[in-house]
Write a protein that binds this ligand. Structure first.
Ligand code: CP
Length: 358
């Protein structure tokens, strides 16, 4: 297995995600990652294993005895949640996942409250966290920072795993895992994800969840991806090129209504105006045709689902919230279970949990 200690940062950074993958594998994980940095690290077998582990944790946690068992599994571990960008769901679901597994947590939610404010480098901050914790779960506005920090830690005296909880406009791999888990559960006993049509709608240019999920969907057979967005916010070239390279069927469409009619899942996203280069830039874009409301709901197939990584603004009307096809609340809760699975697997406890007597 390739090791991050055997390759310089510049050489590693220049590799494709596929070529980076062996350097990030978990020696205890049989193909699962040690550092989770981008979606291309997961193949179908890994996704199926994580979904099975999430189901197992969810089931065990139902009884008090089972919950107490889980709380002991990783009671000897500590995790640092280092979020230098706002978050509700990703922060809280990782926190709750750690609590399910008995992991003690610490957090920095604002770099202004850490010594980075005094000029400490990211490298020194991360090295500091690794002195006290056994895993770092990090969100950053900087593209590629999680990768750099993973390389730094693996080349330090105290290597510990990093989970990327959102990096710039680039990747949000654990969100994509919970999205896949939601699709798997939604289409369980209905033929699964293979052969499905998934529509992405909204700010596809700057939405990191779209890039990560688009990559993960390529692990399934004959999944067609449709992209619906204002021209200024259409899906970026690298996503389209990756699909073309893999021979995955995709289409760019103007009409959310037309896309809804043929979709098994409609994945809505909000306009990510926090990335505007100039103040008010996004407000000038006409997004009125990229909202899911009562008319779209009426066109949605009876067995299709509506997804959203959340937070939302007005891109899904609240009148959709109680429709059984609205999956976004369950999707959010699924994040806790799949993140618990990922954390347990990262620490090498997949088999222990799968084979326990509960
Ligand atoms: N989906 C997601 O990343 O939500 P938060 O920004 O609230 O973590």
């Amino acid at each position: 297995m390739a090791k991050l200690t055997e390759i310089g940062w510049e050489e590693f950074e220049a590799l494709s995600p596929e070529a980076k993958r062996p350097y990030l594998e978990n020696p205890d994980g049989g193909g699962l990652p040690y550092h989770t940095l981008f979606a291309q690290q997961f193949d179908r077998a890994a996704l199926e294993r994580l979904c099975a582990l999430a189901n197992r944790i969810r089931f065990i946690n139902k009884s008090k005895e089972g919950a107490l068992y889980l709380k002991n599994v990783l009671a000897h571990k500590r995790a640092m949640l280092y979020f230098s960008q706002p978050s509700s769901r990703t922060f809280l679901s990782h926190l709750a996942a750690c609590q399910i597994l008995g992991i003690t947590t610490g957090s920095v939610r604002d770099a202004a409250t850490s010594s980075e404010f005094k000029g400490e480098s990211h490298e020194d901050s991360i090295r500091t966290f690794s002195s006290y914790f056994d895993m770092i779960i990090m969100r950053s506005p900087e593209r590629g920072l999680a990768e750099k920090m993973a390389w730094e830690l693996s080349n330090s005296e105290r290597p510990i795993p990093i989970l990327n909880a959102g990096s710039g406009k680039d990747q949000h791999p654990t969100q994509a895992l919970l999205d896949i888990y939601t699709l798997v559960r939604s289409f369980e006993n209905k033929g699964g994800i293979d052969g499905r049509t998934v529509t992405f709608c909204g700010d596809l240019m700057r939405g990191r969840t779209v890039r990560s999920l688009s990559h993960l969907l390529t692990n399934f057979r004959d999944v067609r991806q449709i992209f619906v967005a204002p021209p200024e916010l259409q899906v970026p070239a690298d996503v389209v090129m990756a699909l073309a390279k893999k021979g995955v069927s995709f289409e760019v469409m103007d009409s959310l209504k037309e896309a809804t009619k043929v979709s098994d899942a409609v994945y809505m996203t909000r306009i990510q105006d926090e990335w505007d280069q100039a103040k008010g830039e996004s407000a000038k874009i006409d997004t009125s045709h990229f909202k899911f409301g009562a008319e779209e709901l009426a066109l949605l197939r009876p067995d299709a689902i509506i997804m959203h990584p959340l937070p939302r603004r007005d891109e899904i009307a609240t009148c959709c919230d109680h429709d059984p096809r609205a999956m976004y609340w369950r999707q959010m809760r699924n994040g806790m279970w799949i993140r618990a699975a990922l954390i347990a697997a990262t620490f090498g406890f997949e088999r222990t949990i799968m084979e326990c007597g509960y």
